[in-house]
Write a protein that binds this ligand. Structure first.
Ligand SMILES: Cc1cc2nc3c(=O)[nH]c(=O)nc-3n(C[C@H](O)[C@H](O)[C@H](O)COP(=O)(O)O)c2cc1C
Length: 375
């Protein structure tokens, strides 16, 4: 292999440095819970807990709860998961993914910091106020997810002006291939080559360097194997974030039926849809999506009040995304929304996290351990 013996970059995010520059991306609802995050962190990567919909996915979820109680439960469960994962991963690096589009976004960020999360990774909107929400927690590194240099520039300028702080890293997630909600205005834009990793990663690395700053850039979307990691490094990335491959591991928190849907999916089953929050999303064609595309969905009411802007909540259109994602997590093929990246068709079996990590790094040389603190 051409990459044999090439050195992996040392990924320093704030004061945290995992053994390998590999982040398992946050995947909601409960596709990346504490079990997956712990396994990845213990295997030398950064494990991310997705903070969305935790109350709605719990077995004792009560449909009669109001938004305030649901938000309180979300926070309680999240705090417990972060503490569990920190403890069980034996000093591994644990991140929490907080999406700006969530109605209790601010509380989820604060709870993550208080519970001891090492890193907050935040996208699905621009995390312009993130440093303010994480105030008092200087050890929690802050990482925005962007799909363009323009978005990264807006965040950087705002953080410098208002908080005299720069992001500890940027994740560039390309809507061309990534799973879940995508950073694009519509389905056409999601496929536009100007948002490819090859366009955006080198441009963002140069933008940051030209400002005289040192901020690691992490590539996400369509990373499958060591050769993709090598490509990302060649583009200037200091690490990668991977979702789809980790969702289909033994330790992935979703049901076996969810993972089977990944193993069975072919290229032509991967579709783009407009999610109730207005963003495009990528998922496996399923009975729910057949009803959605043929306009035969039954009207649904809002189940968990999870999004600040939602056309199901406001106009009873489309479907309840919390309900659809919880159904997928539980393995309800008829009613679930099975988010995935374009790589889903390559999933042929369910691996253990440790084996996957070993496969990803086997041909690289490890970075020299850093003697300096990261900041
Ligand atoms: C099932 C699934 C759920 C996801 N949920 C979230 C989420 O809650 N928040 C988020 O920022 N990204 C989410 N993502 C995106 C991943 O964190 C990751 O960046 C992306 O999947 C990378 O692309 P890949 O799947 O091709 O590796 C999700 C992806 C998948 C596959």
């Amino acid at each position: 292999m051409a990459i044999k013996n090439k050195e992996l970059p040392a990924l320093k995010i704030g004061e945290h440095q995992p053994k390998y520059p590999i982040i398992q991306g946050g995947m909601g609802i409960m596709v990346s819970g504490p079990r997956l995050a712990t396994a990845v962190a213990a295997a030398g990567g950064i494990g991310t807990i997705a903070s969305v919909g935790l109350a709605a996915s719990s077995d004792d979820f009560d449909l009669s709860l109001g938004p305030k109680e649901i938000s309180g439960r979300n926070q309680q469960i999240l705090a417990r998961y972060v503490k569990e994962a920190k403890e069980a991963s034996n000093g591994g690096v644990i991140a929490v993914n907080c999406m700006c589009a969530l109605s209790d976004y601010e509380d989820l960020v604060r709870t993550s910091c208080e519970a001891g999360a090492d890193v907050i990774i935040s996208g699905a909107g621009l995390p312009l106020k993130l440093p303010q929400l994480a105030e008092g927690h200087p050890n929690t590194a802050l990482v925005p997810i962007v799909s363009s240099v323009k978005a990264a520039g807006l965040i950087l300028n705002r953080w410098l002006k208002h908080y005299s702080r720069i992001p500890d890293a940027f994740v560039v997630e390309t809507p061309n291939t990534a799973g879940g909600h995508l950073g694009a205005r519509n389905e056409d834009e999601a496929l536009d080559g100007k948002f490819s990793l090859r366009e955006v990663v080198p441009a963002l690395v140069k933008y940051i360097r030209d400002l005289g700053l040192n901020i690691p850039v992490i590539a996400a979307g369509g990373i499958w194997d060591a050769s993709d990691i090598d490509d990302a490094i060649e583009m200037g990335a200091s690490g990668v974030q991977m979702g789809t491959r980790f969702a289909a591991t033994e330790e992935g928190d979703a049901s076996d039926r969810f993972k089977e849907a990944y193993v069975e999916a072919t290229d032509k089953d991967v579709v783009l849809l407009k999610s109730p929050c207005g963003l495009p999303g990528r998922a496996i064609m399923s009975p729910l999506l057949e009803r959605y595309f043929s306009n035969t969905l039954e009207k649904m009411s809002c189940r968990a009040g999870c999004l600040s802007h939602c056309i199901c909540k406001l106009q009873h259109e489309t479907f309840c995304i919390a309900d659809a994602l919880v159904s997928a997590y539980r393995g309800d093929w008829e009613n679930g929304l099975f988010f995935c990246g374009t790589n889903v068709s390559k999933v042929k079996s369910i691996m253990k996290v440790k084996e996957l990590m070993q496969e990803l790094v086997a041909d690289f040389r490890l970075p020299e351990p850093s003697l300096e603190p990261a900041r």
